[in-house]
Design a protein around this ligand. Sequence first.
Ligand SMILES: Nc1ncnc2c1ncn2[C@@H]1O[C@H](COP(=O)(O)OP(=O)(O)OP(=O)(O)O)[C@@H](O)[C@H]1O
Length: 455
Amino acid sequence: MAKSRMQSRAVEAIVLDEDHMKQEEAEETLDESGDPLEESGRTVDSSDEEIEESVADDIARFEESFSGINSRFRLINRIGEGTFSTVYKAEDLEYNQYRNNWDIDEQEKRKWSSPGHRRRNSRRPHYVAIKKIYVTSSPMRIFNELELLYDLRGSDSVCPLITAFRHLDQVVAVLPYFQHRDFREYYRDMKVPEMRLYFRSLFTALRHVHSKKILHRDIKPTNFLYNPAQSRGVLVDFGLAERLGTEWQQCACTLGAEERSYRVSHSVYAQTQHRPSCYPKNDNRSSRRANRAGTRGFRAPEVLLKCTQQNTSIDMWSAGVILLTLLSRRFPFFHSQDDIDALLEITTIVGRKKMKETSLLHGQVFETNIPTYSDNGHSFEKIILWCTSRSSDKNSGVKKELEDDEKEAVEFLYELLECDPAKRITAKKALEHPFLTKDYEGSEDEDDNFDLVDV
Ligand SMILES: Nc1ncnc2c1ncn2[C@@H]1O[C@H](COP(=O)(O)OP(=O)(O)OP(=O)(O)O)[C@@H](O)[C@H]1O
């Protein structure tokens, strides 16, 4: 009888011993995920294509250093290189020895095949993605990723963990290989009806993740492997994901409106409002600490403002940045060097007034002496028209407008790129939004069977 890998192998394979745990002290503290421009994000779909010599050398080194990997997998190519890992495509040589509940395609085929055929072992090659997590990652971080992936099993839209192995200090995670197209190949010409399909798939994944009270924290195109031909994508890379409520400390954003405004009106900031901006010479307050992990350009305002009670809505903001990218045909849309830059980029759009309000919401003060920021910012309609070279011509008096379906997309965009996390749309509600329900006959996906918790 075939064994299920998750039950029989992963658990015994991942033994992060005490010595290994101690390495945590030497942990790298990198919390910035890959640059959206620099990531390779390539997927090579034909399995036996010529590979570069440097890739072949890299594969040979990996096979040599990870004893036994050759007997289980035939490494084919390097398909991704991120900040925390290198991902290889490989053929699973032991496929027929296990129960492969994760293999939806195979299960679908078996469902329709004759009983005799069903008993026979599958002869076609089965591909997996082997994620070699860099040894500089802390054992806790690796364990966290594997544990969350295990908790998220059972959803079509989250790339499941098949198994994982450790050899000395090297950990590899084995995932089903998901054929997808590189975002850079289609973001310039994706039509609005295709965007509806893309986001239906993305929010189905996020609804599942959020229903388990997990924040992904790194939503960006390269972490959502989308196959336009199947209108289906899967979420990958839970390396920065965390459970809701991890290391929370009270932030002003969760106070009632009355209490918050009382605190603001009695703050040091309020007392210095009528004087020119001044700052204490020796400020002995400890600086605020909050999880800022994520990728530049995709971080929500509350992450940049170091909110200490971040929740699943940070992923909805990042999804909004993807929609803005698709509508504006600009990738990456935001290209900040640091958090201050990132806040200023958002301020350019939402305006100075909104950014001040958003900052106060989290007990922070936003001041800028850059004169070009307007108080009210610019509408997304205007920005999209600018970005797609459709600005109105003042001389000829021709006023350009967005197409009707783009206007619907923009309405949805405002719900995603809402600065106040409490008002931002949830994944569950997003799937009920007219932008995503239009022309869509009910949902048949298995994710509907999960207990949903509105967060
Ligand atoms: N299951 C999979 N099937 C196909 N390709 C995959 C799979 N998992 C990962 N990849 C490819 O590898 C790339 C890197 O994977 P992943 O994001 O998990 O690594 P990472 O080191 O955490 O990356 P980053 O620094 O971008 O966050 C992906 O963008 C994708 O192109």
